[in-house]
Design a binder for this molecule. Structure first.
Ligand SMILES: *[C@@H]1O[C@H](CO)[C@@H](O)[C@H](O)[C@H]1NC(C)=O
Ligand SMILES: *[C@@H]1O[C@H](CO)[C@@H](O)[C@H](O)[C@H]1NC(C)=O
Ligand SMILES: *[C@@H]1O[C@H](CO)[C@@H](O)[C@H](O)[C@H]1NC(C)=O
Length: 185
C-alpha cells in the first residue's frame, strides 16, 4: 500500500517535472517557416511521351492507361516526376522535383489520395519534404499533411495548402503549394 502511494507520488512528480521542463513542446500557433512553390504535371495521353511528366500506371479492368477511367477516375493511379518552380511559369528554371503518386479512390466525385515528396538539391533548398493527404480536386483550397523531411527540412512538419492554378483538358495541371511548417528544427 505504502509502496503504491510512493509510486504514484513519483509518477505525479515526474509528470510535473516533464511538463514544466519542456515549455518548447507547447503547440505553436504560427508557422516557423513558410514556403510557396508551383508544380506542373503533364499526363501521358498516348501522344506526348516526350513531354509527359506523369503516367497512369493503373486502371480498373474497364479502363486503360491513356484515358482516365469513368466514373471519376476511380481506380487510376498516376506516378509523376514533375518540375517545381518558384512562379507559375512552366518554362521557369525548376528548383526541384515533385515525385510520387496520386490515386483516385472515390466513386462519386473527383478525390485523389496523394503521397509524394519534394526533392531539392540546390544552394537555395537542399533536402526533401514529404506529403500525404486527401485531395478533393474540385475544392478550391485543400490542406494536406507535411509529415517530415530531410536535409534543410530535417524533422519538419506542418500543413500544405494546395490550389489548382491551371487545368487543361485532363493533360496539364499546375498546383500552387503553400507550405506552412509548424515544427522546424
Ligand atoms: C509540353 O507541355 C507544356 C504544358 O502543357 C506546353 O506548354 C509545351 O508547349 C509542351 N511542349 C511540347 C513540345 O509539346
Ligand atoms: C482508352 O479508353 C478510352 C475511353 O474508353 C477510349 O476512348 C480509348 O480509345 C482507349 N484507348 C486505348 C488505347 O485503348
Ligand atoms: C545537398 O546536400 C547533400 C548532402 O548533404 C550534398 O552532398 C550536396 O552537395 C548538397 N547540394 C548542394 C547543391 O548544396
Amino acid at each position: 500500500m505504502k509502496s503504491t502511494l510512493v509510486f504514484f507520488s513519483f509518477l505525479l512528480f515526474f509528470f510535473f517535472l516533464v511538463s514544466s521542463a519542456y515549455p518548447g513542446m507547447k503547440r505553436q500557433r504560427h508557422p516557423c517557416k513558410n514556403l510557396v512553390f508551383y508544380f506542373h504535371d503533364i499526363i501521358y495521353n498516348g501522344h506526348n511521351a516526350a513531354n509527359a511528366t506523369s503516367a497512369i500506371v493503373s486502371a480498373p479492368q474497364w479502363g486503360n492507361l491513356t484515358t482516365f477511367a469513368s466514373p471519376f477516375r476511380f481506380g487510376n493511379i498516376v506516378v509523376f516526376d514533375d518540375p517545381i518552380t518558384l512562379d507559375n511559369n512552366f518554362h521557369s528554371v525548376p528548383v526541384g522535383r515533385a515525385q510520387g503518386m496520386y490515386l483516385y479512390d472515390t466513386k462519386n466525385t473527383y478525390t485523389a489520395w496523394l503521397g509524394f515528396s519534394f526533392a531539392f538539391n540546390s544552394a537555395q533548398h537542399n533536402g526533401t519534404i514529404h506529403f500525404i493527404g486527401v485531395d478533393p480536386n474540385l475544392v478550391k483550397s485543400r490542406d494536406i499533411s507535411v509529415v517530415g523531411g530531410t536535409g534543410d527540412f530535417f524533422m519538419h512538419r506542418g500543413i500544405a495548402t494546395l490550389m489548382t492554378d491551371s487545368y487543361e483538358d485532363s493533360v496539364y495541371f499546375r498546383l500552387h503549394v503553400n507550405i506552412k511548417f509548424y515544427e522546424c528544427w
